[in-house]
Design a protein around this ligand. Structure first.
Ligand SMILES: Nc1ncnc2c1ncn2[C@@H]1O[C@H](COP(=O)(O)OP(=O)(O)OP(=O)(O)O)[C@@H](O)[C@H]1O
Ligand SMILES: [Mg+2]
Length: 292
């Protein structure tokens, strides 16, 4: 799977090198968690490597987003706009189902096949535009399907209600539909520094960290994730041993099964096998086919 750099400092190693190209990512967080900053950073990273950026805002207007980006230290944002490398779609105040079903496909039609980055910040008003859960799923699904024709998609979602539990009605449908889900959790501890944690909830077709990582928001950089502790083990000692042992004991398997699993094992890293006993892993695989 081809990866693109997320632009979020420290995040790429947690996603095995970056975000899968042409995938959809949802970033969930409470107010102030850094969703807009994340979106701008993601778009910026694309601009820096020659990709175009499309910022779909359903909430704040373009001027507000540009102003915040400049405040963040990204003063060159206006140059990208002037060069038509960065495009804003201001859908605030529009009727969303009309926007998604009609105007968005028209726009996508003119950009189809472009290798752009698209950020939708935040997606939440789309969910609130109808109480009908089926229609919500239909709208979000359609929107993700359309936008990914243009490139790699990032949507943000507001988290309301109980802190950091990811159970809000408005988060469930997009979480299912997205390829990758990143949760930004902030905890206000009295008399202490704000605690910020990032967790990758899922990442289809990718290895990823399952840990919670501290992050900060720093002027001029944006989100900076502390990736320490992942991957926990990088050597390939266990994998080498596994391949050796499987090379001997796996011979009793049908050849095509042996070959396939051999390839799979050789693609692993020690980190993947951390909590496994390799003898019993081999045994388990062999047992599956023992009565064939
Ligand atoms: N210019 C800046 N300098 C320093 N820190 C900043 C700056 N801009 C934003 N931040 C920090 O980033 C935090 C999150 O900002 P951001 O607007 O990205 O959050 P958000 O999740 O989009 O919030 P909302 O739900 O209100 O849209 C701010 O609360 C602040 O702590
Ligand atoms: Mg925001």
């Amino acid at each position: 799977m081809e990866k693109i750099k997320s632009g979020i400092y420290g995040l790429n190693p947690l996603l095995d090198g970056g975000i899968n190209i042409n995938s959809t990512t949802v970033v969930i967080g409470m107010t102030g968690a850094g969703k807009t900053t994340f979106s701008t950073q993601f778009i910026r990273r694309g601009l820096e490597s020659g990709q175009e950026g499309i910022f779909v805002s359903l909430d704040e207007n373009k001027e507000q987003i540009v102003k915040e980006a400049i405040e963040m230290g990204w003063t060159d944002i206006q140059n990208f706009i002037d060069e038509d490398k960065l495009v804003f779609i201001d859908a605030s105040g529009l009727e969303f189902s009309q926007f998604i079903k009609k105007e968005l496909p028209d726009f996508v039609g003119s950009w189809e096949g472009a290798n752009a980055r698209i950020a939708v910040d935040p997606l939440t008003p789309v969910i609130w535009s109808t109480p009908d859960r089926y229609e919500q799923r239909d709208l979000i699904g359609f929107m993700l399907k359309e936008t990914r024709k243009v490139g790699t998609v990032l949507c943000t979602l507001e988290e309301h209600g109980t802190e950091g539990k990811l159970v809000g009605n408005e988060t469930i449908i997009p979480m299912y539909l997205a390829d990758c889900v990143i949760h930004l959790r902030n905890r206000y501890i009295p008399d202490e520094k704000l605690e910020r944690k990032l967790k990758i909830v899922k990442a289809r077709s990718s290895r990823h960290s399952e840990l919670e990582h501290d992050y900060s928001i720093i002027k001029g950089l944006g989100l900076v994730v502390n990736a320490e502790g992942y991957p926990r083990v990088i050597e390939s000692e266990i994998v080498t041993k596994l391949a050796e042992q499987f090379g001997e004991r796996g011979r009793e398997l049908p050849k095509y099964v042996f070959d396939r699993i051999n390839v799979a094992f050789n693609d692993l890293r020690d980190h993947d096998l951390e909590n496994l006993n390799i003898d019993s892993l081999i045994e388990t695989v062999i047992n599956e086919y023992s009565e064939d």
